[in-house]
Design a protein around this ligand. Structure first.
Ligand code: ADP
Ligand code: MG
Length: 342
């Protein structure tokens, strides 16, 4: 549905995005996770045709965004970081205006009413956008993106600046929309993407440094699966029992806790040993006080990945510096800022 190939965006000598490739299949919901300045908005602005790339290609449903901009864009509903709202228009006026702007056909009133119902703004339909809360404005922005029922939605940090209640509402709304649309959603909030996206691409300094389900990312980062079990039973017999469970590769005793022992259990790749573990313990009448897997939170994954990437960049910089030493000063400090706004 969306193909991004070797995308690069440079401002002066500064790379906002460098050699980024990914594809999003029909019906997929992809989260772009990255801190401020990582390049999320740049990628989204290029995908939606608001910004030109320095290099690389984007195709939307088979249409190149540069060669067939109208066909490509008509499949996308975009909610930019700063929603393009006109504060002195009423919601009704604004959506009618957007309907015309998008050159949509069909029953305007009915379509707008359907979209308003979807995002829950029927009760502010006649109000001026400038008088609405941020949460409602964001919904109006979403309504604008949904006009024309585009199969793809691109949402840039849709919950920024909202209060917790509004955040929950918008998240639920996006989750619902994800059932009918292909969605790319960006955020610097880790838990947000974990809650909504089956797939997350981690962006750091213009590069994708990881791409997968939060679950796979967690496992690949944590170096395999592992269970922590607190078991109220005699040390050596418990150890023997654990080691005899089919699929258990290794068992480690981590020390006494609460009059019981804490164990680390390493299963073989892809084997779930929780059920035999439970029955083994229960046969021996050794109570299980707690059981936890070591899956990392998205937050931990993110910190680990960015630390890795920074270390690599540092090493690379050191190497380059070493090889440039003879050329004298490399004063490339002043980055030229090139204004390029939609
Ligand atoms: P994000 O959305 O992840 O916060 P952006 O895509 O907005 O990141 O920005 C990526 C990088 O590109 C940042 O370092 C930012 O400073 C730089 N950048 C963005 N727009 C411009 C511009 N018009 N001129 C120069 N640099 C820019
Ligand atoms: Mg941004």
């Amino acid at each position: 549905m969306i193909e991004v190939r070797e995308l690069t965006k440079r401002y002066g000598i500064k790379y906002a995005v460098e050699n980024v490739s990914f594809s999003v299949g029909e019906g997929e919901v992809l989260g772009l996770l990255g801190p401020n300045g990582a390049g999320k908005s740049t990628i989204m602005n290029i995908i939606t045709g608001y910004l030109s790339a320095t290099d690389g290609t984007v195709t939307i449903g088979g249409y190149d965004i540069l060669e067939h901009p109208a066909k490509a864009k008509s499949q996308i509903g975009y909610l930019p970081e700063q929603p393009p709202l006109y504060l002195d228009m009423t919601v009704e006026e604004y959506l009618h205006f957007c309907f015309r702007l998008k050159k949509l056909k069909g029953n305007k009133k009915q379509h707008i009413a359907e979209v308003c119902e979807k995002v829950g703004i029927e009760d502010v339909f006649g109000r001026k956008i400038g008088n609405l809360s941020r949460g409602y404005r964001q919904r109006v922005g979403l309504a604008q993106a949904l006009l024309g029922s585009p199969p793809i939605l691109i949402l840039d940090e849709p919950t920024v600046g909202l209060d917790p209640r509004q955040i929950t509402d918008i998240r639920n709304l996006i989750r619902e929309l994800g059932k009918q649309h292909t969605v790319i959603l960006s955020s610097h909030i880790l838990s947000e993407l974990q809650a909504i996206c089956p797939r997350v691409a981690v962006i750091h300094q213009g590069h994708i440094i990881a791409d997968g389900s939060p679950h796979t990312l967690a496992h690949s980062m944590a170096g395999g699966n592992r269970l922590y079990a607190r078991i109220d039973g005699p040390k050596e017999p418990v150890r023997r029992m654990l080691e005899q469970i089919a699929g258990v590769e290794k068992v480690e005793e981590l020390g006494p806790r609460e009059g019981a022992f804490e164990w680390a259990i390493y299963p073989k790749e892809g084997v779930d040993v929780r059920r035999p573990l439970f029955f083994g313990l229960s046969r021996n009448r050794w109570p299980l006080l707690s059981l936890q897997d070591n899956e990392m939170s998205l937050e931990e994954i993110f910190l680990a990945l960015t630390a890795q990437a920074e270390e690599q960049a540092r090493q690379q910089a050191l190497n380059e510096q070493a090889s440039e030493e003879e050329d004298g000063d490399a004063s490339e400090e002043d980055v030229e800022q090139e204004e390029e706004l939609p």
